[in-house]
Design a protein. Structure first.
Length: 437
């Protein structure tokens, strides 16, 4: 009699106990796991920072407590994965140090979703690189509007929540065709097609695939994004349908201040004392001051020469080449593409010189030297050949996306107005009031 009852009790106790432990176990497991982890975390320090305006790479690394010697090593580890010369304001840095203040992990992200990470293998002492990318997707979106009195394209797009850099891109592209100050009028219509890279509901980055402007005075203009196969190619830009580039490409100064120490033309050479043609201008600059690319282009020379010292040449889209001599440091290699105003090196006194300065030279597309101070714009020729064929292909895709989005807008409209449409349709056989544009 007692036996089965005891068994029952035993079973129910076991069930209860297991039930109880099911509920309780996770907590105690977490607790026991957390304790040693916390102990490790307590002695590790993590420093985070962002690249600030005017900061170089070394200064940015210093802001997360990475000193120069360590920084050099890191740059070496990451040089194949990251183009440090393209460091942007707002890029995120994170450094983790162990209990001896030794750097054990470094991560670098240019946006929300991509991180470059190097981790010290504390047993072997070697650094291991990994790339972490969260899953994102590209989503097209159109924005259309009409200028009201007092509004501008710029103010309209900002009011609609577009990021400043995207607004600038749209305006700069259209500026090649539209003189907004003279010819923008109330009632002018604009359209922008964006491709937005999304992480959850956040926009990580945007591309302006298409933009158009239609105005009484300004006329009708369309611009399409061409994306070159070669990464960072300066051909990646906006074009008209017949291949004309829409790039405002004024020349920038190669130094932050322009002070000409010696002009272009015949002069007595400061070292040899002989009369010689000076094929460029000498610009005053402190040793170590940043030297910028005067315009976007491809690096065609990066070498040392006993006269020119450390020398860089950049070939631009119109076939002209800019030259930078006597550099202390060269920061770009032959074959790489540079943006306009990208840092390419620093002022120095290498080669045959009397002191630190930048010799800045310019060759026309035909190979003749010219006074760089007379060069104002890089002419942007039409896309030709294979590239033009690819542009036409990309334009077809963009037009397809625009049509798809227009259809989905119409469907939305029809669904929203289904009742009205049915009622009206029974009265009239004419469908012309539907918003087919
Ligand atoms: Zn010179």
């Amino acid at each position: 009699m007692l036996y089965p009852n005891m068994l029952k009790l035993l079973i129910s106790t076991i069930i209860l106990a297991s039930f109880y432990s099911c509920n309780k176990a996770p907590k105690s497991e977490v607790a026991s796991l957390m304790t040693p982890m916390r102990a490790v975390l307590a002695v590790r320090t993590v420093k985070t920072g962002e690249v600030k305006r005017g900061q170089g790479l070394y200064q940015a690394l210093k802001s997360v407590s990475i000193e120069n010697a360590q920084a050099l090593k890191l740059i070496n580890e990451l040089r194949d994965e990251i183009e440090f010369s393209k460091l942007k304001v707002g890029d995120h840095l994170e450094a983790t140090f162990n209990e001896n203040q030794k750097l054990v992990k470094f991560s670098y992200s240019q946006n929300l979703v991509e991180s470059h990470i190097v981790t010290l293998n504390e047993e072997s002492g070697s650094w291991e690189y990994s790339f972490k990318e969260l899953e994102t997707f590209w989503q097209p979106r159109t924005l259309e509007g009409e200028l009201r009195s007092g509004s501008t394209l710029e103010s309209d797009l900002i009011a609609r929540g577009l990021e400043r850099s995207v607004v600038n891109e749209v305006v700069n592209v259209l500026l090649c065709k539209v003189n907004f100050r003279m010819n923008a009028r109330k009632g002018d219509r604009y359209k922008v097609l964006l491709s937005e890279r999304k992480f959850q509901d956040k926009t990580v980055s945007s591309k302006v695939l298409f933009t158009s402007y239609k105005g009484r005075r300004a006329g009708t203009h369309e611009a399409f994004l061409y994306e070159d196969e070669e990464k960072s190619s300066t051909y990646t830009a906006h074009y008209t349908e017949n291949g004309q580039a829409l790039i405002s490409s004024g020349l920038r100064y190669p130094l932050s201040r322009l002070h000409v120490r010696s002009g272009y033309g015949w002069r007595k050479h400061p070292v040899t004392g002989r009369r010689a043609m000076h094929r460029g201008v000498d610009l005053r600059g402190r040793r170590g001051a940043k030297v910028y690319a005067a315009a976007a282009g491809k690096v065609v020379i990066s070498t040392f020469n006993k006269f020119a010292g450390n020398k860089i040449g950049i070939k631009h889209r119109d076939g002209s080449t800019s030259f930078y001599y006597h550099l202390n440091k060269r920061r770009v290699n032959v074959g790489s593409w540079v943006r306009s105003h990208q840092v390419i090196g620093t002022v120095g006194s290498t080669g045959r010189v009397t002191g630190a300065h930048l010799h800045f030279g310019f060759k026309k597309p035909n190979g003749r030297w010219m006074n760089p101070l007379n060069k104002r714009m890089i002419a942007t020729p039409k896309l030709k050949g294979v590239r033009y064929a690819k542009l036409l292909n990309q334009i077809t895709n963009i037009k397809g996306t625009l049509a798809d989005l227009a259809i989905s807008e119409e469907v939305k409209y029809l669904v929203a107005n289904l009742q009205n449409v049915r009622r009206e349709a029974s009265h009239f056989e004419d469908f012309s009031y539907l918003p087919f544009r």
